[in-house]
Design a protein around this ligand. Sequence first.
Ligand code: 5RP
Length: 262
Amino acid sequence: MIPDLSPSDKAKLAAAKQASLAIETGMRVGLGTGSTAAWLVKCLAARVREEGLAIKCVPTSTQTAELARGLGLDVITLDQAGTLDVTIDGADEFDAHLNLIKGGGAALLQEKIVATASAQMIVIADSDKEVATLGAFALPIEVIPFGLESTRKQVEEMLLAMEVEGRETSLRMKETAPLVTDEGNHILDLHLKRIGNAPQLAMTLNQIPGVVENGLFIDICDRVIIGSGDGKVETRDINAGTIETDQVDFANAENLFGDPAP
Ligand SMILES: O=C(CO)[C@H](O)[C@H](O)COP(=O)(O)O
């Protein structure tokens, strides 16, 4: 029994636990950021403690690094790891092609660097994250502080020519100041409603000099694991073209308790 857990947290835990079972001793694993990824970190830490799983982990944010270290995971840098066997991360949206919007937790830059340095990327999510067309979730882009307003203007001008429905932008704030990412940059959220051509938008945004990276993950994710509150999980593999279902056992989940959200 796992009391005091919302259906949404159970769904995240189910996806995270299923993903954690794909990890074997000797692997170098990229750890995503966010509330779903935090469950993954807890599941991996439990396997390390209970089964002696020996892995090296590369976190995608200060937040995840602190959580992973605190739970006893062996944390190394991406440069120490070189390449990774797999990265497991959450997402804000995914579509039928497993293209993603990420960056709701402002960690999109490290997340994309780590995911693209991995042989495989697995996204863990609940079914609310699935969309027919990307764009209802505001698309985050990481921009350097220098010339911020000029960059913003260039982004807005560029959006006029793109296949999107909305064109508003907002600077993400933390309390009363612009949010500062782990790399010392800011986040502009693009309220696009519907992105017609996500690959083209991703490429075009990155041509603006002040834009460091955008939250569209195109052709990066290999597999999505969708969790439900009752422990059911569905795994979709875009390369194999397979869909598998399974049931996660929440037994012994008590030792994962604590604050799941970073
Ligand atoms: O991209 C991210 C952080 O930058 C997260 O993976 C995304 O925001 C999903 O977070 P959560 O699992 O809390 O819903």
